[in-house]
Structures are given as structure tokens and as C-alpha cells.
Design a protein around this ligand. Sequence first.
Ligand SMILES: Cc1cc2nc3c(=O)[nH]c(=O)nc-3n(C[C@H](O)[C@H](O)[C@H](O)COP(=O)(O)O)c2cc1C
Length: 400
Amino acid sequence: MGGDWFETIAEAERRAEKRLPRSVALAVRAGSERGLTLADNVAAFGELGFAPHMAGLSAKREQATVVMGQEISMPVLISPTGVQAIHPDGELAVARAAAARGTAMGLSSFASKPIEEIVAANPQTFLQVYWSGTREKMVQRLHRAKAAGAVGLIVTLDWSFVHARDWGSPFIPERIDRKAVLHYAPEVLRRPRWLAQWAKTKTLPDLSVPNWAGPGEPAPTFFGAYGEWMMTPPPTWDDVAWLCSQWEGPLVVKGITHPDDARAAVQAGAAAISVSNHGGNNLDGTPAAIRALPGVAEAVGGEIEILFDGGIRRGSDVVKAVALGARAVMLGRAALWGLAANGQAGVANVLEIMRAGITETLNAIDVASVRDLTPHDLVVPPGFARTPNRQSGSWLPAEP
Ligand SMILES: Cc1cc2nc3c(=O)[nH]c(=O)nc-3n(C[C@H](O)[C@H](O)[C@H](O)COP(=O)(O)O)c2cc1C
């Protein structure tokens, strides 16, 4: 293992923060308002314990699983994130690393690389979309993704256009032009390795979003696309059902924390949901995603595949989420920090940290396969799960 290899996600984060210009590092950290949800997403995992066994353990450890019909080598996928122009190879590096490690990639609709290139690098690609623009435009995006060979669609529903952070938000330009270069110069000059990486490619970070464009149209800028999305009235559950019917393939509804919404996603015809609060970037004060998982699993666990994302930083976190009802988890920042720290090898490094951590944890708790995990493998403190206040109706909150 070379000197660029890191042993934990915390170290990847440190290296990414050292390498990236401050504004870029802040864009990756993201979060919103007081950062309560951002912090709780990670901290809540620390409240969950294990009950290890010591002898007479099975030697078999199985991580492979199936998500939306895709066989993957471990219960870990790449979550769609929209700022991968932090590295010249961007989403391509992530797609290659995921493919080499036998897992799937969620490609953000704000991605900087065209979906055709990503599917060529990783045939297990899911396109992520928002409810944005006219139905005709949405259908065009789905057709393009289908034609490219995407094997699934992720529709992300949780976004309320929050934009303030107590620690300050980074300046993001419309495009990297002369004015933006001058603005960034002081912080970029303090990051010579990052600058050298881009200088080698003789290109500048591209802030356009090619997968948003209709056939024959130029790629809009990030803010052009964002504006269209902001101006689009939010979808109803009937709209989500319509999207499912248009896609004609497995669809994940991402951003579920409420058991009622989980039920509605089942009704709409989704193949899976992701229990997620957008990594704490959306409504601050939403409990950690892992605290919402038990309630959602209880409501729809038998009816739909449950994915999970938010705060996964080690293999033992993956085991905890799977034990509480997730089929697999998705990585947001961990993959971005790996990408920033060491490109494709950095993302592969992150996935290997997860794989090793899952095996070590399964060894200790004596579970032969991730498919056999249950809440009984955990020590869950009273009051850990957070579920909406509701006195009546068919759903009752319960501890795992
Ligand atoms: C910088 C950044 C950009 C993101 N962009 C998107 C996006 O374009 N689409 C989406 O569905 N989720 C997006 N997310 C949310 C992630 O897919 C995921 O839900 C979240 O990051 C998981 O939390 P984690 O970062 O703690 O792993 C983004 C997250 C971050 C940190």
C-alpha cells in the first residue's frame, strides 16, 4: 500500500480538506443552518452498540447482495452527489472505482460528466433525477438514460432550497471564467497540488450539467438547472407514480424519513426507497437518518427494498444500518473525500475500508452473511429511534 493509502474516512476527510481550496472543501462539507442534522447523522451511529461473541464462530463471511436486481459485491453503493468536478476525472473516477470493486454508482443529475461515459465505465449505473421542468423534458432525460444503459432511476424528493449556514457558504460561480478565476486565485494558490492536477489536464473545472440537456441542446450551467428545478412545483405522489410508469424499470425514491411517505412510495410503484435526509443538507433539525430507519423498516420493510444514506463513515456503520433494516447503504461525502484525496484510487480505498470494516464486524458478532443481520445484533439505547408524533392511524412507532 503506497503512501497515498489512508486507513479511515476521517483521514480521507483530512487529506481532502488539505488538498481542496477552501470554497470547494466547504461545498463538499455542505450542511445547512445550525448543522444539527449534519452532525447527528454521524454522531447517532456512535450511540448504537454491538454485542460481540468470542468463540465458536463461523468462518464464513458473506457481503454480496442484490439491490434493484443488481448483484453487488457488498452492501455499499455510491450515492449521487453533484460536485464531482472537485477532481479532473470526477464521476468517471468514481464509476471506475465502484466497478472495480463490484458495486453500483448513483449518478447525480448535477454530474459533470455525460451519462453515456459513466455507463461505459460502470454498467451498474443508476441515474438520479429531481422533479424539474416539464413532463416532456423529464421524459427526454429518462429516455436518454435508458438509451445509455442506466439500470435504474433514483428520484430525490427531499429538497427545500435551504441556502444558509452559520459557518458560511462557499462562493459558487455561474461558470469558471476570468472573474471567477480572479476570485478564487488567493485560495487556489494555497493549494498547489490541486492546481497542478488541473494544470496537467489543461482544463478548468466545468460547472455545466450535461445530463440535464435535451437532445441537441447545450449543457445548462449548474445555476441554470438549479433555477429550472426551483421554479417547478413540487411533485404529488401521483406525479411520482407517473415517473415510475414512464421509467419502466426499477426506481428508488430517495429522501424518505417519514413512515407515511414510505408507504406512499410503495403505492406509487417504487422498487426501493432510500431513508435519507440528504446528508443533512436539507431541512436542519430532521433527526439523523439512522434514527428514522427503524420506523420506516417497521412500516414497509416487507414490501419494498430499503436503502439508507447519511453519516456512513466505517464498515461497522454499514452493519448497523443493515441490521436496522437496510438492504444496502449509499456513500455521499466518504466517496467525495476519497476522490479529492486520491482520485479513483481514493474512492477504491474508501470502498475497501468499508469492505474490511464489514468483515471485521461480522467476525466479531458472528454473523455469516449481511443478509442474516437483525436488530438483535445491536445494542440500541432506549429512545434512539426518532419517529414523528402520531397518536392514531395504522402506524405506531416502535423501538427496533
Ligand atoms: C456535496 C453534496 C452534493 C450532493 N448532491 C446530491 C445530488 O445531486 N443528488 C442527490 O440525490 N443527493 C445529493 N447529495 C446527497 C447524497 O446523495 C447523500 O444523500 C448524502 O451525502 C449522504 O450523507 P453522507 O454524505 O453523510 O454519506 C449530495 C450530498 C453532498 C454532500
